[in-house]
Design a protein around this ligand. Structure first.
Ligand code: ZN
Length: 113
């Protein structure tokens, strides 16, 4: 059992807030809490449309990876609440504290990653 859970909880919440802020810049949240990438309309010109699509495609990718990251953080926070934080999902061993310090949302130890 980890002693300094509060330290990780704080780090996770900080990271969660940062990601949510990033997401809000490029996407809007629907009623279910899913993030939808916003399509920015630059204008009607051919070049405008091309960069609109380019930007939208880039934003889609970013939204997706941010959402995945956010899910991991939410999961890690739940684990803190139910006392299973810091255990590898696969081998059930403790994840080394050094790894959690670098990446608090880690679900697996290095060997199982
Ligand atoms: Zn493992």
């Amino acid at each position: 059992m980890l002693k300094n859970l509060d330290f990780f909880k704080e780090k996770l919440i900080e990271e969660k807030n940062r990601i949510e802020m990033e997401l809000r810049k490029i996407a809007s949240q629907d009623a279910e809490g899913d993030y939808k990438t916003e399509f920015e309309d630059y204008g009607r010109e051919r070049e405008d449309n091309a960069s609109e699509v380019e930007n939208y495609t880039a934003s889609l990718g970013i939204t997706e990876s941010l959402e995945t990251e956010l899910e991991k953080i939410v999961l890690a926070l739940k684990k803190i609440e139910n006392g299973s934080y810091g255990k590898c999902e696969k081998c059930k061993k403790d994840i080394p504290i050094k790894r959690l310090e670098i990446y608090p949302a880690a679900q697996n130890c290095v060997e199982c990653q």
